[in-house]
Every structure is written in structure tokens, then in C-alpha cells.
Design a protein around this ligand. Structure first.
Ligand SMILES: *Cc1c(COP(=O)(O)O)cnc(C)c1O
Length: 365
């Protein structure tokens, strides 16, 4: 190839175009896409060194609205428009609202989003408003919001785009397809944060389809982690007042609970709980040692890896994929929080190279 030839376009086209043959997409489906999916699978040397496993991080913060929700939302909004919907509704801990708002406005339809009052991260709230959603703060928790969204969708002309809508799970299963394309097989373990358990269910479904069509040799063991104050699947009953700093997984009654239990059984998987202190430690390890910035809920995948490697369950030499679900800029203040609860104050210096060199501990050349 001579230097003035233009290479063929390799722009990623979004999951509905890339995986049209593996999703319910027909000529009648108007594809509403912002180019979601195709996210990097990053080898994490620091986590491999800590555990002896081969650890890869699927960085879902690289999606258009900064979370994996976009994979499901492109599907849900495209199918809603295919069926003539003019408005969609969802309950959200934040990222679903940001994603629904962006995809709905791109499609030229209205999004109404119900969020628990005072309980969602500022970055996510501003996204929903920026994308022109009707955002209502409900004086209740996420589980109340989901009950309301379901009731409204049943009784009014508005289409539900929470992950109780199977289109969401279908779109999200493409995360597993991408992992298989890069690794040329399934990993031994796949770890995800769990809130409504839709993503856990979706990855399992994607890997199950890959195995059934002969593209892989195994099903990964699906490991899901909930925050200790919000771990209904682990404790085995609904949690009335779920509590954790990881707002994206502050859910007491997961919508995909039964599907997730079936996925765990099929994959010899596991559900565990991790407390907030460990979540923040893992958040720090991922950002300071690997160079990947996530929101707190996403860091639970890292905390789960370290716990299970310590316990000898995840053995040296095994291949592990961690999904980190949302971008750190959505909820950035946790990076500044120190162990004693105060905030980091960046050092201040004068316009003086000698002073700066001194502060940095640089010796004169
Ligand atoms: C939605 C979300 C989760 C939880 O996913 P579920 O499918 O509800 O289990 C985890 N992390 C982030 C950042 C999310 O936005």
C-alpha cells in the first residue's frame, strides 16, 4: 500500500449492525445507534501479578454514555421504535436514565425516567437532563421506581426499557461475543457487579450461545458480586432498605433474580457480597495500578477477584475477565476520599521551578 492510499473504514458500527445475524434485527428494525460496544478488553498486568491469574478488564465505561447500558438500550429503543412507540419510560439508579435519554432523543422520541430522589450520582443526573429527558425524582428507592415504571407502562402508552424488557438483555449479551472474539475462547471465570442481575444474565446468555454454536470450548464460571448492604441474592431475600456507596447496584429486589439463579446453576457460578471499604480499596487499586477509572459499583468486580483469588477459588493460570460497568467520571468524588473520610487536597505551589522541583523531590541535573 502506498502512503497516499486511504485505508478502508474500520469504524465500529454499533452492536446491532455488528451482530445483526445474532440478534432479532430485521429490515423492519430502524437501528438507533450511537456506536456502542466494541469496548477494549484490557490486559491488567497489576491484577495478574496480584493473583497469578491472567486478568483482563472489559472497560464498559468506553460506551457512548459511559456505561454498558448502551448495549441494551440500542436494542430496546430500536425495537420500541419498530413497534411504533413515541415514548419510553424507565426506573434507574442513574446509568439507565442517561442511556435511555440519549438513545430516545437520537430516535426523536420522548424518555421519561424515574430516579430515587437524592440517590443518583451528579454525572448521571446531568446526562439525563442534557439529553432532554423528563426526569422525575421519586420520594422512594429504586425498587419503588421500578414498580411505578412497570405500572405506568401497563396502563399508559409508554414503552418500558428496564432490563425486565428482554431486548435489553439481548443487546447486552454482545459483551460476551466481543470477549470471545479477542480471547478466541471463553475465559475460565467472568466477574460482574450485580444490581438487577440483568448483565450477569446477559453475559451468561452470550457465552452459552457461543458454546452451543461451537465457537468456544467451555462456559465461564459466572461470578457476580453485590454490595454487602444490598445483597438480596446472597442473603436469599428482598432487602427493604438497600445501602451502599455503590449507587448503581443499590437494589433490594433484583428484576432478573430467577434468570440469574438459573445462569449461576448452568455455569457453576457464584454470588458474593463485598463491603464498601473493600469496594473503595479495589477502586483505588484499579485506578492507581492499572490506569482504569470506574465508578464505585464497577470496582466490586476487582474486589471480588482479589477475594476469590485469596480464597484459592480463582487459581493461578486461569483466565479471568472482569466487566467494569461504568466510567469513573460519572461519580468522581470517591477518588478523592481518603481512608479517614476527608478529601484529598492537591498541593499548591508558586510560579517557581525551584520550589516545584523541591516539592517533587527532583535533584538538579
Ligand atoms: C446498571 C449497573 C450495574 C448493575 O447491572 P445489573 O444488570 O442491574 O445487575 C452495575 N454497574 C453499573 C455502573 C451500572 O450502571
Amino acid at each position: 500500500m502506498t502512503s497516499n492510499e486511504i485505508r478502508p473504514s474500520r469504524q465500529w458500527r454499533g452492536v446491532l449492525h455488528e451482530y445483526a445475524d445474532r440478534l432479532d434485527v430485521t429490515d423492519a428494525t430502524p437501528v438507533i445507534t450511537l456506536g456502542e460496544g466494541g469496548t477494549p478488553l484490557i490486559p491488567a498486568a497489576a491484577l495478574s501479578a496480584r493473583t497469578g491469574a491472567n486478568v483482563f478488564v472489559k472497560y464498559e465505561g468506553m460506551n457512548p454514555t459511559g456505561s454498558f447500558k448502551d448495549r441494551g438500550m440500542t436494542m430496546a429503543i430500536s425495537k420500541a421504535v419498530e413497534h411504533g412507540a413515541k415514548a419510553v419510560i424507565c426506573a434507574s439508579t442513574g446509568n439507565t436514565s442517561a442511556s435511555a435519554a440519549a438513545y430516545a432523543t437520537h430516535a426523536g422520541i420522548t424518555a421519561a425516567v424515574l430516579v430515587p430522589e437524592g440517590k443518583i450520582a451528579m454525572g448521571k443526573l446531568s446526562q439525563a437532563i442534557a439529553h432532554d429527558a423528563r426526569l422525575l425524582q421519586v420520594r422512594g428507592n429504586f425498587d419503588d421506581c421500578l414498580d411505578l415504571a412497570r405500572e405506568l407502562a401497563n396502563n399508559y402508552p409508554v414503552h418500558l426499557v428496564n432490563s425486565v424488557n428482554n431486548d435489553r438483555i439481548e443487546g447486552q449479551k454482545t459483551g460476551a461475543f466481543e470477549v470471545v472474539e479477542v480471547l478466541r475462547d471463553a475465559p475460565d471465570f467472568h466477574i460482574v457487579p450485580v444490581g438487577n442481575a440483568g448483565n450477569y444474565t446477559a453475559y451468561h446468555r452470550g457465552y452459552r450461545e457461543e458454546l452451543d454454536r461451537g465457537a468456544t470450548t467451555k462456559l465461564p464460571r459466572m461470578f457476580g458480586f453485590q454490595a454487602a448492604g444490598s445483597a438480596p441474592i446472597v442473603v436469599g431475600h428482598v432487602v427493604k432498605d438497600p445501602d451502599t456507596i455503590a449507587s448503581a447496584i443499590r437494589i433490594g429486589n433484583p428484576a432478573s433474580w430467577q434468570l440469574a439463579i438459573a445462569a449461576r446453576e448452568d455455569s457453576d457460578g457464584y454470588f458474593g457480597a463485598i463491603d464498601d471499604t473493600r469496594i473503595l480499596e479495589a477502586h483505588r487499586i484499579l485506578s492507581a495500578e492499572v490506569g482504569i477509572f470506574v465508578e464505585p459499583a464497577s470496582a466490586i468486580s476487582v474486589a471480588g477477584l482479589l477475594e476469590q483469588a485469596d480464597a484459592g477459588v480463582i487459581t493461578p493460570g486461569s483466565t479471568v475477565v472482569l466487566t467494569v460497568t461504568g466510567h469513573g467520571l460519572k461519580d468522581p468524588q470517591w477518588a478523592l476520599r481518603t481512608a479517614d473520610g476527608s478529601d484529598v487536597q492537591p498541593e499548591s505551589v508558586g510560579v517557581d521551578p525551584v520550589e516545584i522541583a523541591d516539592v517533587l523531590g527532583l535533584a538538579a541535573a
